[in-house]
Design a protein around this ligand. Structure first.
Ligand code: GDP
Length: 364
């Protein structure tokens, strides 16, 4: 599965948001269990298209696609220098595919801020600095090794050392490694092998009080600027409200949302943003027995998508019969779409598009 790690300073609302995510997942249908470890939750990805398709074909079983969230607590100033715990948290971050960075944008005198005041710019810097310092250590270790080996005069190793120096210089300036773009495969492979923390995509989550949800506030504005400078996105969410919402049943939720003037829970926006951040798209298999959403990386070809369902589908792949989501809905059924010529027969090289409704043909 694909994993998003939730990071941020203590007391910014990470657990609140994580608990809301998992409580909502437990309440959703088709989820016998959602928590693998206490801090890891498997969450269904909300998708109105799946609901529409399921309703259209009156399916008996509707299955959403999922993604994993990990609550990574304990990241504080000095974590990268810590021998024990601090480093352990950084190790958890190493295992995720993307980072949700929760930043406190709510004022509340009853909830202590570790640095005494609300200041998103400073908070982001504290966390980012720890990640950068950890990466710097990784890069410097590897650089020492490369330089040593490059004494033989091997061109490849010299090139490796030169690239590592570029990474080192960038991190030294307090900039994340994702701002260094690899020029060739060797550099790309190296970056992948290093498992750096600051190459992972980041989504900023502005945690606000319910009263500020409609308008934002000056803290959110400041965080928005930070995000924009990095080319990152930001989602505003009222963590406390989301936790309350997640404990309600569907009907109560609807009423609560209407009262708040919200169209959907903020969590849905957060999950969808996380999904996009990971570069993931969804295709559907549609039928009376089961209608299901599947996750693939953007750019996956038809056989690879088939392999998500079953390895036999990939091995014996013949072709994919594809109807775009909008066409499926407009036609009202597979039969009509086929009659109108809107069911395309695609081969091995077809790159699956977001929203494709697919019927795979394969040999066994
Ligand atoms: P963590 O240390 O980042 O996991 O933070 P928690 O989720 O444990 O939250 C710390 C405290 O802030 C708890 O008492 C929460 O109830 C409270 N809290 C979380 N989100 C909000 C919010 O949006 N507004 C307010 N006023 N309090 C919040």
């Amino acid at each position: 599965g694909f994993r998003c790690g939730i990071v941020g300073l203590p007391n910014v609302g990470k657990s609140t948001i994580f608990n809301a995510l998992t409580a909502a997942a437990i309440a959703a249908e088709n989820y016998p269990f959602c928590t693998i470890e206490p801090n890891v939750g498997i969450v269904p990805v909300p998708d109105a298209r799946l609901d529409q398709l399921a309703e259209l074909v009156k399916t008996r079983n509707k299955v959403a696609t999922q993604m994993e969230f990990v609550d990574i607590a304990g990241l504080v100033k000095g974590a990268s220098q810590g021998e024990g715990l601090g480093n352990q948290f950084l190790g958890h971050i190493r295992q995720v595919d993307a980072i949700l960075h929760v930043v406190r944008c709510f004022e509340d005198d009853n909830i202590v801020h570790v640095d005494g005041s609300i200041d998103p710019l400073r908070d982001v810097e504290v966390i980012t600095t720890e990640l950068i310092l950890a990466d710097l250590e990784t890069v410097e270790k590897r650089l020492a090794k490369s330089r040593n080996q490059a004494k033989s005069g091997d061109k490849r190793l010299l090139a490796e050392a030169a690239f590592l120096e570029r990474l080192q210089a960038t991190l030294d300036q307090g900039k994340p490694a994702r701002t260094v773009f690899p020029d060739n495969d060797q550099q790309r492979d190296l970056v992948r092998d290093l498992c750096l923390l600051t190459t992972k995509p980041v989504l900023y989550v502005a945690n606000v009080d319910e009263g500020d949800l409609a308008t934002g506030n000056r803290h959110v504005e400041q965080l928005g600027k930070v995000a924009a400078e990095e080319g990152a996105s930001m989602v505003m969410i009222a963590g406390a409200i989301e936790q309350e919402l997640s404990l309600l049943d569907r009907e109560e939720q609807r009423e609560f949302l209407a009262e708040m003037g919200m169209e959907e829970p903020g969590l849905h926006r957060l999950i969808k943003a996380g999904y996009a951040l990971l570069g993931l798209i969804t295709f559907f298999t549609v039928g009376e027995k089961e209608t299901k959403a599947w996750t693939i990386k953007k750019g996956t070809k038809a056989p690879g998508a088939a392999g998500k369902i079953h390895s036999d589908f990939e091995r014996g792949f013949i072709r994919a019969e594809v109807i775009a989501y909008d066409d499926y809905i407009a036609c009202g059924s597979e039969t009509v779409a086929r009659d109108k010529g809107l069911m395309r027969s695609e081969g091995k090289e077809y790159v699956v598009a977001d929203g494709d409704c697919i019927l795979f043909r394969f040999n066994v």
